[in-house]
Design a protein around this ligand. Sequence first.
Ligand code: GLY
Ligand code: MN
Length: 480
Amino acid sequence: MKKISFLCLLLLATLSSIAQKDLPKDYLSKAFHAGRRDALRAIMPANSVAIVFANPLRNFSNDVDFQFHQNPNLYYLTGYNEPDAVLFVFKEAQTDAQGNSYKELFFVQERNAQAESWTGRRLGIEGVQQQLGIPMALNGSSFKDFAIDISKFSQVLYELPVDFPISNTESARMGGLLASFAKKTNLRANPQPDNLKNGTRQFSQLMAQLREIKTSEELVLLRKAIEISCQGQIEVMKLAKPEMSEMEIRGLHEYVHKKYGAEQVGYGSIIGAGENGCILHYVDNTRTQVGNNLILMDVGAEYHGYTADVTRTIPASGKFSENEKLIYQIVYDAQEAAFKTMKPGSSGMAASNAASEVIAEGLLKLGIIKDKKDTRKYYTHGLSHHVGLDVHDPSSSRVYKENMLVTIEPGIYIPPGADCDEKWWGIAVRIEDDILITKTGYENLSVMAPRTIADIEKMMSTKSGLAEWKLPALPSFKKN
Ligand code: GLY
Ligand code: MN
C-alpha cells in the first residue's frame, strides 16, 4: 500500500515537473472570468446563491468517453475545462467557521497521478488558484463534508445538472456526490421549496443577459473562430470536385480549423450535396460523391470555447447552373435585405420580415409558389440566432444592442417531389454570416468567405496551397 502511494507521489511529482510547453497564449484572462462572476453577482437578487455544475464526461462506448466539452456557463464564469466540479457564487460575502470571508467557492477535480497519466493533466486546487485566479478552490473530495444550509437563502439560482457520469469510476464517484448534493438540497425536488422555485429560469435569464453582449476579449476569440471557418470555406471552394465525398469535404474544412488551432467544431459539420442540403442539420455526410450538385456547407470552428457559424453553398463543378443561380440570388438578396435593418434598437423580427418578404417575392416570381403563404414550404426555419460559446447562444432582449453577435441565415430548400416544376428539385441553398451589432449599424465578421455568385466562381477557379496533396488509393479500396 505504502509502495503504491509512494509510486503515485513520484509519478505526480514527475508529471507536475513536466511543464506544459508551447501552449496557446490567447486564452481568456483571469480578469475576464473574475469580471463575469462580479457581473453575475451584481444582477443576482439579494440574499441569493448561484450553483453551477461542470458538464460530466459522456460515455462513447465501453471504456471510451467522448471528447470533453465544458458547460458554457461554467466556462464563462471560471475558464475551468474539466468535469466533476461545482461553483457557488454568493451575492453577499459568507463567513466560514474560522471567520474567513468568501464570495465564491469552487470544488474541482482532485489531482490524481494515476488518472493524469492516462487521461491528462488536471489543474487541481493550486492550478485553479494560480492559473484561473479563483482563491476559494477546494478539492472535490471535500465536497462530501460540505454543509451548506440552502434554506437560508431567499433565492437559489441554479442549472439542473445534466446526467452524471457512469463510465469512469473516479468521475462517477464525484458525479455521484454532485447528484446526491442536488438531491439533498432539493434541487431535484418536486414540489420545490419557495426559494428554489423558478431558480433555473432565473439563472438562465441572468446568464443570457450577460452572455448576449460580447466583451472585447470574447470578440477577439470570436473573430478568430470566424476567420478560421471562413478560411475553411475558401480552401474548400478551391479544392472541391464532383468526385469528392461529403466526408472528404468535411475533413478539408476541419483540417483547416485544426491547422489554425481550433480545438473542436461548435456543432456537427453539415455538408449536404444536392437534396441532402434540404436536411437542415444533415450531419451524416455519407454521400460518396457530391456529383455535379450544389454543396451546402454549414461549418463552425470552435476556438478556445467560442464557435463560428458560417454557411456557404457552392457548385461542385465550379459553375452555378442557370436555375441554381436564380435560387441562390433570392437567398442572397434576402440576406442583404435583413442586413439593411440591423442596428442597435431594431429587432430581429424586422430583419426576419425583410428576408421572408424577399424570399416570398422571389419564389412567387419563379412560379415555385402560387401564394406567399406557401413560402414556409421552402424556407422552413428562423432567420437568426445569437452565437458565442454556444452555436445557439442564449439571449434575453428582443432588440439589438451594441456588441451582440447574431447569424443571418436565410435559405431555400426544394426537395425531390416538391409541388413545383421538377427542374427545381434537389436545389438547396443557405447563406449564413455572423453579424456584429456596432454602435451605429453592423459589421459582417464572416465577410472574408466569398458570398456572391461571381466571387464564389472566381475563388473556385483558383488553386489551393493544399492542392498538391496526392494520397494513394489504399490497397483494400483498389479492389472495389
Ligand atoms: N449551424 C446550424 C444552425 O444554426 O442551426
Ligand atoms: Mn446558424
